[in-house]
Design a protein around this ligand. Structure first.
Ligand SMILES: O=C(O)C(=O)C[C@]1(C(=O)O)C=C[C@@H](O)C=C1
Length: 270
């Protein structure tokens, strides 16, 4: 089995991927990872979904709405960022947009004059810092051990002590499972009337199914038109889930409902 995730080596996605596989390849964007798994090029992919400080990784949600893939596991890891550079005299901080946002307060307080540059991943920002003394990266502190020339200037610089990111392990659609404690759906009702969202959620409340997340993303079709991402604590194997989804499908008869699959959660500590 080979797993594809966001590279280069040393990203948080890479750390999460190591929880499921030893053979890991890298891509530069979430969309290209989902595309590579949907086409069958890889057996598994790891993508970040949501962070406890910054919220959703919107590129991941949009890719899950666009490509037919299965979610087969959820991996939750702590995210403790360090500031890495060759010297204190840097001018630019380069990191993933999520990491820059998670460290906003620290950066404004300690380095108000530094320019912030969003790059493809935390590890890519760290690689830039390794090549250029005017650049600092934000990433996992162990990135300082890869190669040379980097100092850990500060640790635990995220805005909250407890910072965690949720990742999905994705697989080709035929690997979709109905077993597991959680399930994710993507629903496009293609409708807009008072009470629509309430009606979409009622089938779960009526069956005592606990929702863990509801997120709306623009459908891209027109302003005010949304795709809903719904996660809940029940498996597709359960009859209450089957019944709830049947109701949702009726409400979305002019749109579509995608079952991403059922899965269990794994907490990876380091
Ligand atoms: O850049 C990385 O290291 C990633 O794995 C991406 C990512 C993300 O997309 O949120 C993963 C975890 C952290 O929240 C910061 C960045």
């Amino acid at each position: 089995m080979t797993t594809v995730t966001l590279g280069p080596e040393g990203t948080y996605s890479h750390r999460a991927a190591q929880a499921i596989d030893d053979e890991i390849d890298f891509r530069q964007s979430v969309t290209s990872i989902v595309d590579a798994v949907a086409s069958g090029e890889y057996d598994r992919g790891i993508i970040a979904i949501e962070n406890s400080i910054e919220g959703s990784v919107t590129e991941s949600l949009d890719a899950l709405a666009e490509y037919d893939v299965a979610v087969v596991r959820e991996i939750v890891t702590p995210v403790n960022h360090a500031l890495l550079a060759q010297t204190e005299e840097f001018e630019t901080v380069a990191s993933h947009s999520q990491a820059l946002a998670q460290c906003r307060t620290f950066l404004e307080r300690e380095y108000p004059d530094a320019a912030l540059e969003a790059v493809a991943s935390t590890a890519q920002g760290v690689d830039f810092a390794r090549e250029d003394p005017t650049i600092a990266g934000i990433g996992h502190p162990r990135n300082a051990e890869r190669g040379d020339r980097l100092e850990v200037l500060a640790e635990d610089i995220q805005d909250q002590d407890s910072n965690a990111t949720r990742f999905f392990a994705i697989a080709p659609a035929e690997d979709r499972s109905s077993g597991g404690g959680k399930t994710s759906l993507v629903v496009y009702p293609n409708a807009n009337y008072p009470g629509l969202l309430l009606e979409l959620l009622e089938p779960f409340a009526e069956r005592d199914i606990n929702l863990t997340r509801v997120e709306s993303r623009p459908s891209g079709q027109r302003l005010g038109d949304y795709v809903f991402h719904v996660d809940f604590e029940a498996g597709l194997y359960e009859s209450r889930t089957v019944d709830a989804i049947e109701d949702v499908e009726e409400l979305a008869e002019n749109g579509w409902v995608r079952r991403l699959g059922s899965y269990d959660t794994e907490h990876v500590v380091d």
